[in-house]
Design a protein around this ligand. Structure first.
Ligand code: C5P
Length: 232
């Protein structure tokens, strides 16, 4: 599993995306396309970013009956994305169906990772609303194990949970971690954050960084700072 910094392209339109990517003249960063941008612009935004030479993580967090997920994943595989994801809550059968749909005729496929429990879900709400009466760390570890059993490559998790995931699933199982901030930067609406250097130490494989880069006056310089701290 390669180590990399993924920039979250949390923009509302293709125009804003290309203005932003135009600032990168030397590097071709790995980027994440989320629901807002994808639903606004459709598959053409993914193709256009790929044509410019970037790797793409399509963050659509699929969660449906296995047959629907399999068919949707076959479409995503045809878009030549490099990474995509599902909710582990959809069960092992759903995740196996996702792999089947994603696997191309030549047996290649994008990296597939699972969301365990969203970091916005607190243990208290998991108990009172979802009726899951376990510690959230145990739920994250179990969902990660389910993802591994289904044949997935890793999970999205808080950098602070990367150690739990590695302990449950082994160090080859990828931890893709948002919630990255510099020690001297703003937290925005994130609460459990770590620096790129700390994420490296805890064992993240990919860090996902949005506003610290997209909101910077010199995004290229901040991207380089992330790469230097995380990859060295
Ligand atoms: O701007 P910021 O660095 O907070 O962006 C982080 C990105 O990672 C956003 O696209 C956000 O949706 C995503 N993300 C997250 N926490 C999760 C899962 C995804 O912040 N648990």
């Amino acid at each position: 599993m390669g180590k990399d910094v993924i920039i979250a392209l949390d923009f509302a339109s293709a125009g804003e995306v290309f203005d932003f990517l135009g600032k990168f003249e030397e590097e071709k960063p790995f980027v994440k396309v989320g629901m807002e941008l994808y639903y606004a612009e459709g598959p053409s935004i993914v193709r256009a970013i790929k044509e410019r030479g970037h790797k793409v993580f399509l963050d659509l967090k699929l969660h449906d009956i296995p047959m629907q997920v399999k068919k949707a994943m076959a479409v995503i595989a045809g878009m030549d994305v490099d990474m995509c994801n599902v909710h582990a809550a959809g069960t092992i059968d759903m995740m196996k169906a996702a792999i089947e749909g994603l696997t191309r005729q030549d047996k290649s496929r994008p990296i597939l990772i699972a969301v365990t429990q969203l970091t916005s879900t607190s243990e208290a709400r998991m108990r009172s609303e979802l009726l899951i009466d376990e510690k959230i760390e145990d739920v994250v570890a179990q969902y990660a194990k389910n993802a591994k059993t289904a044949g997935l490559d890793g999970v999205v998790c808080s950098p602070l949970e990367a150690g739990i995931v590695k302990a449950a699933c082994g160090k080859e199982f990828a931890a893709v971690t948002p919630g990255i901030r510099f020690a001297d930067g703003s937290m925005d609406d994130q609460s459990r954050v770590t620096t790129p250097a700390m994420a490296k130490e805890i064992g993240s494989d990919y860090i996902v960084v949005g506003r610290p880069i997209t909101g910077a006056s010199d995004p290229v310089a901040i991207y380089r700072r992330c790469v230097a701290e995380f990859i060295g």
